[in-house]
Design a protein around this ligand. Structure first.
Ligand code: NAD
Length: 378
């Protein structure tokens, strides 16, 4: 079979679904690999490097989609891309079926088999190697700190120099899931004083192990909502949390927010008043911008200044570190393809008896198979 990788068409997207190192391994599994010319340019993977790894470079999207039994993508395909897809073809990438019901319908009309990497059952330990949500969130958390550092007018680390004493920056991280923990580790490694909060008490030790201090809300309620995710908290908790966040906002130089609740708008944790109370020159990076934002003043996709505070609401953080994101994503997809091709004969088999594969499969030969039944207890 031929695995094809088109150039991403979403405006400004710099990532690519596979990189030359992964191409070599796909070829060893027995697949032919085709890459659309220019697909990796923005991630610094040239056509020549793909050719050297064993791929054929095709001149256009139409040629690429027509040649491919299996297409690897980053972003969900546009209607134009679906129209180019081979009837009965396979598509692997981010799909977000709950948010994109029309896309799922269009794909079924093409009799497609679609594996949505965002639907991976993340709690299965053998699925971790394929977990692109985790690798993407890790890149985003790192980049959020870099964006903050870029907008901040001072050092992160404290210094005593002949020119004077510089205090370390204080960074507060709201939400210590995968992205928040990556941000904690990055900010701590730059020398900042890092504090973090999450509604799930279980993350406190992870925060500490990365060099942060866990700040608890003074209210007895745990936020674990099942599957490792958070739930919506009670009014009482929210009031106590606002009080604590108001204190932290006054003290912090940088706030990075990452709080999300599956299927719900992002909780509003940083009010306009809190922003107003921050020191001039402070920075907020709102990683929940796409889901409505954790800060009341965030403008999704933009960096704005309000009350002397820079509020960054970029929704393309992984794309801003395109080479790193693409490399990790390519590895996640390679591991998935290995699972689909255990015989190493260049043919992918979607085994619906396998929990991990079943979870990913959104449509199979044109029939909708999403959502997958809950995992059987181990
Ligand atoms: P996420 O992106 O849905 O949420 C980010 C964080 O925001 C979470 O830690 C959540 O608790 C927190 N949050 C939500 N509401 C909040 C509020 N009001 N105030 C403060 N914090 C709030 O989560 P995620 O990063 O994708 O991962 C969540 C969990 O899933 C983590 O514990 C992670 O370790 C786990 N996970 C497990 C596996 C696995 O078992 N293999 C794989 C990946 C992730």
């Amino acid at each position: 079979q031929c695995i094809g990788v088109p150039r991403e068409t979403f405006h400004g997207e710099k990532r690519v679904a596979t990189v030359p190192d992964a191409v070599e391994k796909l070829v060893k599994l027995g697949f032919k690999v085709a890459v659309e010319s220019g697909a990796g340019d923005a991630a610094h993977c040239s056509d020549d490097t793909y050719r050297a790894a064993g791929a054929e470079v095709l001149p256009s999207a139409a040629a690429l989609w027509a040649a491919s039994d299996i297409v690897l993508k980053v972003r969900p395909p546009s209607s134009d891309e679906v129209a180019l897809m081979r009837e009965g073809g396979t598509l692997i990438g981010f799909i977000w079926p709950a948010q994109n019901p029309e896309l799922v319908q269009q794909l079924t009309a093409r009799k497609a088999t679609v594996l949505a990497i965002d639907c991976l059952p993340r709690t299965l330990s053998r699925a971790q190697k394929m977990d692109a949500l985790t690798s993407t969130a890790g890149v985003s958390g790192y980049r959020a700190v870099i964006e903050a550092a870029n907008a901040f007018g001072r050092y992160f680390n404290g210094q005593i120099t002949a020119a004077g004493k510089v205090p370390p920056a204080k960074v507060f991280i709201a939400g210590a899931g995968v992205a928040g923990l990556a941000a904690i580790g990055t900010a701590a490694s730059l020398g900042a004083i890092v504090r973090a909060n999450d509604t799930r008490a279980e993350v406190a030790d992870q925060v500490k192990s990365l060099g942060g201090e866990f700040i608890k809300v003074d209210y007895e309620e745990d936020g674990a909502g099942g599957g490792g995710y958070a739930k919506v908290m009670s009014e009482g908790f929210q009031a106590a949390q606002r009080q604590m966040y108001a204190t932290q906002a006054k003290d912090a130089d940088i706030i990075i927010t990452t709080a999300l609740i599956p299927g719900k708008p992002a909780p509003k944790l940083i009010t306009a008043e809190m922003v107003q109370s921050m020191k001039p020159g402070s920075v907020i990076v709102d990683m929940a911008a796409e889901q409505g934002g954790n800060c009341e003043l965030t403008v999704p996709g933009e960096a704005v200044e309000r009350h002397g505070v820079t509020i960054i609401g970029y929704t393309d953080l992984p794309s801003r570190l395109a080479k790193q994101s693409s490399t990790l994503y390519a590895n996640n997809l390679l591991r998935l393809v290995e699972e689909l091709c255990k015989a190493k004969d260049g043919v992918a088999v979607v085994n619906m008896e396998d929990d991990a594969i079943r979870g990913l499969t959104v449509t199979k030969d044109g029939a909708i198979t999403w959502p997958a039944p809950p995992l059987k207890a181990a």
